[in-house]
Design a protein around this ligand. Structure first.
Ligand SMILES: C[S@@+](CC[C@H](N)C(=O)[O-])C[C@H]1O[C@@H](n2cnc3c(N)ncnc32)[C@H](O)[C@@H]1O
Length: 164
């Protein structure tokens, strides 16, 4: 370095600090939200991926969690199946919003799903229900949606709730 040059600070003035990594601190059932998120992100990252989900890709980059170690790197069949599952739900919600543009989309066990950013029409209400620890993580990582209703709750526990 030339002696007359000012020393560079690690972050140049005006440049944005990288967002701090977030430790999810989820286990057991709530941790499953990380699996579905990760597989969406893996598929979205593939050059020929079936899923366009930059929000999921960004989320995985912000979470301090050994995704590959815990969940593997996914066979292409598993990734495609996950993408088809997501695309099916997106199509159903989009069809519903075409018929009822001011309808309410109820996301039971929403986890870190990023469907709102894929299909919101700017007019629908979004009701999100999940366990309190999962909602807390979602709120740390994702901006609030417009027109939100959030329930921090156990859904249908007695009825043996099955997530979608
Ligand atoms: C497999 S993840 C799916 C998350 C999201 N739907 C997706 O596709 O990415 C299951 C989600 O259901 C939530 N969940 C499980 N049991 C629940 C219950 N009894 N009440 C509310 N949420 C629950 C978990 O916390 C988790 O976020």
């Amino acid at each position: 370095m030339a002696l007359d040059q000012p020393e560079q600070s690690p972050t140049a003035p005006g440049a944005q600090e990288p967002a701090a990594l977030v430790k999810p601190e989820l286990d057991a059932v709530p941790e499953t939200a990380l699996w579905t998120l990760y597989y969406r992100a893996l598929e979205a990252r593939r050059p020929d991926g079936l899923l366009d989900d930059p929000k999921a890709v960004g989320l995985v980059e912000r979470i301090d969690f050994p995704f590959a170690e815990r969940f593997g790197t996914g066979s292409s069949l598993l990734l495609r199946l996950q993408a088809l599952r997501v695309a099916s739900f997106d199509r159903e919600v989009s069809d519903f919003l075409d018929r009822c543009p001011r309808g309410t989309v109820v996301c039971l066990g929403e986890g870190l799903e990023t469907q709102y950013w894929r299909v919101d029409n700017g007019r629908a209400n979004w009701l999100s229900a999940d366990l309190p620890e999962t909602v807390a993580l979602r709120e740390r990582l994702l901006p609030p949606v417009a027109r939100p209703i959030v329930l921090r709750t156990q859904v249908m526990r007695e009825a043996g709730y099955v997530t979608c």
